[in-house]
Ligand binder design. Structure first.
Ligand SMILES: Nc1ncnc2c1ncn2[C@@H]1O[C@H](COP(=O)(O)OP(=O)(O)OP(=O)(O)O)[C@@H](O)[C@H]1O
Ligand SMILES: Nc1nc2c(c(=O)[nH]1)N=C(CO)CN2
Length: 358
């Protein structure tokens, strides 16, 4: 198997058993070896067919600088979990060095090395769940994941062959370049829901999106708890997040894929703005604009929704909305009616370690 190696990633963190280590940052250095089949990428020369090592480096720094843990074993596990979010990585070996560890004799370095392989449940579950429950949930998650992937891929290939027949003369629009070489697009997708175990659903939905051939999730926002926007009093609160996606799909195929994933997670479309298990909206696609009601770009209501703008801003402080209500997301956010109705739940929810959500 091919491997991609990233060594000497450095950042300061407050990890350690001693009280003083909880407050005084010290350096941690991380090396990773990722097992990736690079043959497809070498043929297509396309980053979405491999792993983006720049993204991996950012994830590692985010974890080192993030929430305190006592042990470098735990830190290594969190880093492995975060790397295995990229499904191109089949196995990863993580070494965490702590060169200034509080050891009272002269020493060069202390480190831990772990090897973990790709298993969906390795990052869907925190390892903090009670083991018997964990194994049940993990196999359910796995089954649901496989079912989602198969049904989405089936639906996607049907959609592609249908549209290829029906619309072969159509002009290229918002990334729908039927006669051109496929190219890479950048999308921002909002996720939300207010029925069931939404946190788990959102995590699984992200895996599903990332699993579609040609897709690579490149950024995941923190998780927010949000008051229902434009919905009657008594509506259960929502959880919302935003992801950035590199995709070879055109915008319409991407929307179709997202709707198939919504359906697999039990989304019903009986009423407008109704309670839902999962909602996936395309907020931005290559900064293009389009007024087709079937696919409006950017999303026509994003500019007035803190439940979209707050996670987007947390993910990308320079985010810009294009179109009729264009502007920096940082400037649009304070003017939204729900600006004070969004609460940060967790930065690292995707790793499965946020506070319990009922
Ligand atoms: N940018 C977009 N992202 C997702 N759906 C869109 C977009 N633009 C238009 N649509 C269309 O909107 C229709 C309704 O979508 P959906 O059921 O997700 O709406 P909603 O979540 O209830 O409301 P809202 O669109 O205000 O968030 C979809 O069938 C889809 O064709
Ligand atoms: N807080 C919150 N409110 C909403 C949401 C949502 O995701 N979060 N989605 C809606 C329709 O898409 C309507 N209202």
């Amino acid at each position: 198997m091919d491997s991609i190696q990233l060594t000497g990633i450095r950042a300061e963190g407050t990890h350690g058993v001693l009280e003083d280590e909880h407050s005084t940052a010290q350096p941690f250095v991380v090396d990773v070896v990722m097992q990736v089949d690079t043959r497809l990428a070498a043929t297509t020369d396309n980053i979405t067919d491999t792993v983006d090592y720049g993204q991996i480096a950012n994830r590692i720094v985010h974890i080192i600088e993030g929430e305190h843990v006592d042990l470098i074993e735990t830190l290594a596990q969190r880093i492995a979990n975060a790397i295995l979010q990229s499904h191109a990585v089949q196995q990863v070996t993580v070494t965490v060095h702590k060169p200034q560890a509080p050891i009272t004799v002269p020493f060069d370095d202390v480190s831990v090395t772990i090897t973990r392989a790709q298993e969906i449940e390795s990052w869907l579950l925190s390892g903090q769940t009670e083991p018997s429950i964990a194994s049940k949930v993990s196999s359910l998650a796995h089954e649901q994941q496989n079912a989602t992937l198969q049904s989405t891929q089936r639906s996607l290939s049907e959609h592609i062959s249908h549209t290829a027949h029906a619309e072969h003369t159509e002009r290229a629009e918002y990334g729908n370049e039927r006669n051109a070489e496929p190219s890479m697009h950048h999308a921002v997708i909002a996720l939300g829901g207010n029925i069931g175990n939404v946190e788990q659903t959102l995590r699984s939905a992200i895996v599903s999106i990332d699993s579609i051939p040609g897709n690579q999730i490149s950024g995941i926002s923190p998780l927010y708890r949000t008051q229902p926007w434009g919905m009657p009093d008594g509506t259960p609160e929502f959880y919302n997040a935003v992801v950035q996606l590199d995709t070879m799909l055109d915008a319409r195929t991407l929307l179709h894929t997202l709707q198939t994933i919504e359906a697999t997670f039990g989304r019903r479309r009986d009423k407008h703005w109704s309670n839902r298990t999962l909602d996936l909206d395309i907020i931005d696609f290559d900064h293009t604009t389009n007024s087709d009601p079937m696919l409006s770009l950017p999303h026509p209501r994003a500019w007035q929704r803190a439940f979209v703008l707050a996670p987007w801003l947390a993910l990308d402080p320079d985010a810009q909305l294009v179109g009729a209500h264009s502007g920096a997301v940082a400037e649009l956010l304070p003017n939204t009616p729900d600006a004070h109705a969004v609460t940060l739940v967790s930065q690292s929810w995707i790793l499965g370690d946020s506070a319990h959500i009922d």
